[in-house]
Design a protein around this ligand. Structure first.
Ligand code: ATP
Ligand code: MG
Length: 393
């Protein structure tokens, strides 16, 4: 029965003069999300409102599900739009609407009418009273409750008349494309896809980099990362993923540096390479899935050491999250099952039995001196030979 949705947005409603930028970004994100859905949709922006109109048949559930992945949407209201052919007709439309949407018709309700077109003969108070009465006449088991109604029925009189009562929650956040761009260090684990999702939810476009160490890490580990990027792309839009061959750098570190410092040093080079890609792509920051204390390389001291190599800010949206909270989000965005597939993403031979938990930056830098003269060329090669995949949902 619904051929249109009214899109509600919260945060972006308050952006003053830039509001139209946010609305335009939201419109194009909605169009992107609906491209994969069966049906033809037209997204329009009218007087501070965004509507999605379905032309002809479409898959309602799929459309709602797609809209629920568009950041910036706070609510999705399936709406019935009717022409103004007089108040008697409107009364009938509203009564029919209630009968169809609430077939048992026993709820308490409240009318929320708005006369946006001021030349309509009834004002909003009169609309509420008359329409409420018509509903009560048609469904005597329903009752009016203006304080805690089970349903709120909105009737908005504009050029056309809009009737709706259901608000399906949207994901919130800000439309992708309104907050700059960042480079996500995406591994095959649980955390980094969630980190990417969260930053994207704030309106940031994300690109990604994965460090691959063949033959120590398998093709399947790489496929898994591509799959994770696909899942995140359902929310963020397509992601340009760089796959870096990190093997020779890892081996050089392994052969030359103290083994208890391997992970930290390896991370520092990952950050350096990621930063190069970030600068090249015009990103304003890096994103990782790190969280304080999760592993030896994520103590405050370790994070300080890794951070030190970058001039760009490193954003760590999960920094204060417990693992379970991260897992809950991973489940919600459907990355968890993929993340826990067993393929190693950083070969275990490169992980020390007893890694340092309080690394000293001075010592780390000293150890890295042993790579002077060989590492520069390896870094260049890693950047130049990276494979680039455009990952779409
Ligand atoms: P995740 O679950 O995201 O893999 P983790 O708990 O396994 O994280 P680490 O392996 O210590 O933690 O990695 C910390 C962060 O470093 C990751 O969240 C990710 O951002 C980045 N990272 C680690 N390994 C890689 C990799 N192979 N490629 C790209 N980024 C990586
Ligand atoms: Mg990991």
């Amino acid at each position: 029965m619904f051929h249109a949705f009214l899109i509600k947005y919260a945060e972006i409603g308050i952006k003053g003069k830039n509001r139209y930028l946010f609305e335009d970004a939201l419109v194009s994100q909605i169009e992107r999300a609906l491209k994969k859905v069966d049906g033809v949709f037209k997204v329009t922006k009218e007087m501070g409102r965004i509507y999605v109109n379905a032309e002809g048949d479409y898959d309602y559930d799929e459309a709602v599900e797609a809209l629920q992945r568009v950041f910036g949407i706070s609510g999705i209201c399936p709406v019935v739009i009717v022409q103004d052919t007089g108040f008697e007709d409107l009364k009938k439309e509203v009564v029919d609407y209630v009968g169809e949407v609430y077939p048992n018709s026993t709820q308490s309700f409240k009318m929320c009418s708005r006369r946006a077109r001021k030349n309509y003969p009834l004002d909003s108070m009169e609309l509420n009273a008359e329409l409420g009465e018509a509903i009560l006449d048609a469904y005597p088991e329903m009752s009016v409750d203006v304080h805690k109604p089970e349903i709120s029925i909105t009737v908005e009189v504009r050029q056309k008349i809009y009737i709706y009562s259901k608000v399906i929650p949207g994901p919130g956040g800000m439309p992708v494309g309104t907050s700059g761009k960042a480079m996500l260090l995406l591994s095959g684990g649980i955390d980094s896809p969630v980190a990417g999702y969260m930053i994207s939810k704030r309106g940031v476009v994300i690109e990604a980099v994965y460090f691959h160490a063949p033959p120590y890490t398998s093709e399947r580990a790489k496929d898994k990362v591509v799959d994770l990027a696909k899942k995140v792309a359902r929310y963020s839009g397509s992601i340009r993923l760089r796959i870096v061959n990190f093997t020779e750098i890892q081996l050089a570190i392994y052969d030359n540096c103290p083994h208890d410092e391997l992970t930290i040093i390896m991370r520092r080079y990952m950050m350096k390479i990621a930063e190069r890609f970030a600068v090249e792509a015009g990103c304003q920051g890096l994103i990782t899935g790190e969280s304080i204390g999760q592993v030896a390389s994520q103590t405050m001291q370790s994070l300080a050491c890794t951070n030190e190599v970058c001039a760009l800010p490193v954003f760590r949206p999960l920094i204060a999250f417990d693992k379970q909270d991260i897992i809950d989000i991973a489940n919600k965005i459907d990355t968890y099952e993929t993340s826990v597939l067993p393929y190693e993403d950083c070969c275990t031979i490169f992980v020390a039995k007893h890694p340092v938990t309080k690394p000293s930056l001075k010592k780390i830098k000293n150890s890295e001196k042993r790579l002077d003269g060989i590492i520069e060329e390896m870094l260049d090669r890693a950047v130049e030979t990276a494979e680039i995949i455009e990952v779409d949902e």
